[in-house]
Design a protein around this ligand. Structure first.
Ligand SMILES: C[S@@+](CC[C@H](N)C(=O)[O-])C[C@H]1O[C@@H](n2cnc3c(N)ncnc32)[C@H](O)[C@@H]1O
Length: 294
């Protein structure tokens, strides 16, 4: 990642969501406020404006699905489904009494922005690389809400625990729910393990954590296409931590966390696509809801 540029993958996620939102079948999955926030973020930079104009281009709209099939079939709809899953988990936690939501590597995710006004008593914090954070602040934060904070962190220099401990906007006494969506695969295994233990040390047992995991490229549960595999081979494997779905329960146990729910492609389909006409679904990333043991 370039230090002075916002994350390209953060732009890609928003573009994928808006691409899905332009299909009538998927509209019900994507709240209007979320679409507005995605547009607002993209409108605030040259790169974002380029992504928006691509969405209006007939050539791009016919070419994008071909590229998606060759690289990561079903990924644009998958972004929508994983965000739905996380939104449901966060809303359930707030209902249960959690009063602090911390998103690690939030990128341009819009959930905290959408929820902070509805839940004035809940403290929202988003951590990301300084350049991505600065771009998001420019796009959304004309005012600085009391209960929504952006914290600039480079995880290659400071881990989440170190960053949050020294941040005045973070309150270790609150029941805290952490999100780590589309990020763990960029970390090394020791950093992933340090993250789990760090969150537990910060806010104690009962700390809740929802995160996404990528399965190895060679797994039968991964439908990534030949072009992505070729790209990764040429690039020398930029993804670091990957784990098979069946290995996750044991991994969590080793971190002293309890598994509450695990959702792969089939579970997401059952939960969110029952009456929806959809194309090929992405396989290769699953979601986990967990909490720290005593
Ligand atoms: C694939 S994006 C996911 C963004 C968001 N969580 C989502 O799913 O919409 C990965 C995010 O991780 C962040 N990230 C990657 N490496 C990082 C680092 N070393 N320090 C801080 N953030 C980093 C990027 O800036 C980017 O926003």
């Amino acid at each position: 990642m370039k230090d002075d540029q916002a994350s390209s993958t953060a732009y890609t996620v928003l573009q994928g969501i808006l691409f899905s939102a332009s299909k009538p079948d998927y509209q019900p999955l994507i709240p209007a406020e979320m679409q507005q926030a995605c547009r607002k973020i993209l409108s605030a930079s040259a790169e974002g404006k380029k992504r928006l104009s691509q969405l209006d281009s007939r050539l791009y709209r016919s070419f994008a699905p071909v590229m998606e099939n060759a690289m990561m079939p079903g990924i644009t709809l998958h972004y929508v489904l994983r965000k739905r899953y996380i939104r449901d988990a966060v809303e359930a936690a707030i209902e249960e009494g959690f009063t602090q939501i911390v998103n690690l590597g939030a990128g341009f995710d819009t959930l905290a922005w959408e929820l902070h006004q509805q839940h004035a008593g809940v403290n929202f914090i988003e951590l990301d690389h300084p350049a991505t954070n600065a771009q998001k602040a420019k796009a959304l934060f004309e005012l600085s809400p009391d209960n929504l904070h952006l914290l600039a962190v480079d995880f290659s220099e400071t881990d989440a625990k170190g960053a949050l401990e020294g941040f005045s906007g973070f309150d270790p006494e609150r029941r805290t729910f952490y999100i780590c969506e589309g990020v763990l695969m960029y970390l090394d295994q020791p950093d992933v393990e340090r993250l789990f233990s760090g969150l537990k040390q910060l806010t104690g047992s009962g700390t809740r954590f929802v995160f996404t995991c990528v399965v190895p490229m060679t797994s039968p549960d991964n439908n990534c296409g030949w072009l992505l595999k070729l790209y990764l081979k040429i690039k020398g494997e930029p993804l670091n931590w990957m784990i098979e779905q069946k290995e996750l329960p044991q991994f969590l146990q080793q971190q002293s966390y309890q598994l509450h729910d695990l959702a792969g492609t089939e579970q997401l389909k059952q939960r969110y696509l029952k009456d929806i006409n959809h194309g090929v679904l992405h396989q290769g990333e699953f979601l986990v809801l967990s909490s720290a043991n005593d």
